[in-house]
Design a binder for this molecule. Sequence first.
Ligand code: NDP
Length: 282
Amino acid sequence: MKKFGIIGPGAVGTAIAYALNQSGHNVALFGRSNSTVSFQEYNHSEQHEFTVHALQDAHEPVDILFIAVKTTQLDSIIPYLNNVIHSNSVIILTQNGYGQLQKINHPYKYHAVVYISGQKDKNSVTHFRDWTLKLPLDNNTLELQTVTQDSLLNIECLEDYPEHVWYKLIVNLGINTVTALTRQPAVVLKSNEVKTLCYNLLVEGKRVAKAENVHFDDDLEESIMKIYEGYPDDMGTSMYYDMINARPLETQYIQGYIYNLSQKHQLSTPYLDSTYAILSTF
Ligand code: NDP
């Protein structure tokens, strides 16, 4: 039986632990210190308690390791990775943004496009929706899909993985940028000026994707704006919550990843350039 481990007992990490635990998998959750975290589904009262083991003191390697700390916290866990992996372990980074996988020195590593929505408040995680991790297709990811197929977790192994990476990057570029900068949740799109800014960010994100040989349909921006329109007015984004709570922002690997490629390809992306410049100051 495969041994699973998760670093980061937060919204995404605890949801993965719950999903695997429900179907009887062997799962260890690693955090900053020995503690517990509780998990519940949105609108359900049933709570599930998980033990969290201090990563620094861990010494039992796992076969499949999910890393679910924020991008801004990745550097702090890297010195302890060898506490929980062996030479054939498979590492799945479950973070927003892109480009951070290069920080991990290990042969079997993957960056999942994450569709698991939840929030951690103190020691409690609430899961809102979705259980999907999108991964590139190869033997390791197919094996992960097979061993988790009886669980809530939905592992997708995709030949067109780069398109999915870019789609999520562009979705985050629009709404995360405007909600963080204005410190307002989705209601901010009711302002025509902010809506136009958001749309222009999507146009520029698509331009950078194209330069990276990832091509989307002409109506990509309209279809993403339609998705945003479905958001409840009071819905925030992770970057909005980080901004209003004065926590570090994941700018470097979301807007920054796209910005750096825009610079590399010498593209004109004035909305991206200016919003990225301001976000980088936080
Ligand atoms: P959370 O802040 O909820 O969870 C991060 C967890 O990592 C926290 O429990 C934190 O501990 C823990 N952690 C931080 N530093 C360390 C350390 N040095 N050692 C061990 N554990 C540590 O983040 P999310 O789960 O929300 O986000 C994770 C990633 O997933 C982010 O990149 C995010 O953008 C992405 N994502 C999140 C979604 C969501 O709905 N939440 C949706 C899609 C993507 P502590 O609690 O003590 O701070």
